[in-house]
Design a protein around this ligand. Sequence first.
Ligand SMILES: [Zn+2]
Length: 258
Amino acid sequence: MRLIVGIISLLVALFAAIIFLLPEPEGFPILEYHQVTDEKLDPDFEVYNVPPEEFSAQLDFLQAEGYTTITLQDFMRAVHGKATLPDKPIVLTFDDGYTDNYSTMLPILEAHKMTAVVYVITNEVGKSGYLTLDQLKDMQRRGIEIGSHTSDHLPLTSLDAETQLTQIRDSKRFLEWSGLSTIYSLSYPNGAFNEEIMEILRSEQYLTAVTGDAGLNTLETNPYELYRVHIRKPRFGLNEFKFRLLKAKFFAKLRNIF
Ligand SMILES: [Zn+2]
């Protein structure tokens, strides 16, 4: 037994050393946030709430590290050679479309002269706790990219093809027909996707989609399979945030091997 534990520990250490020694992976991170709030909500969801002062400290850190925030439309312009990416790009994304994205997150973001992408569940728009259409339009005017998180936040892989299509198409139409400019990006509910779903996105004129899989992104990454690293409510302050950025890098290295 002790021998097996010893061998396993040795293998883990060897693997860690190999990962450590691999060259720095190419690519930029996309961060996945939900709420920026101090409110004590449902304890099951509290892990998704980053307190405003922690969020502000994270943006200070990114700025100090020389990162420049871009939207996924900026990314696609670069993919098509119509723009160049800044030296150290990063994308900040916010899932579900909560009210605090407007009342709390946006002022902190603007104080740092940064931008973001906000993905809304369109059947929740205007309901208690969720962004209204006026807030979404104002955010778009202020340079925030608005994307779809589908109509009802059902994991797409669990649905039949017809429902997949309506969830993807109707959420985009709802936003555009309500006066927002074209919606180009989607966030997969629960990170669930497959080839058929990507094909629907292509035919419905989406240009990008973000997953829940950790990693880094380059101009060569499949734009319907962009990697994101989840930023939870930190228990260990800024160090935990730095650790999450390292996690993206670590997974990018792993992907380079396999
Ligand atoms: Zn979500």
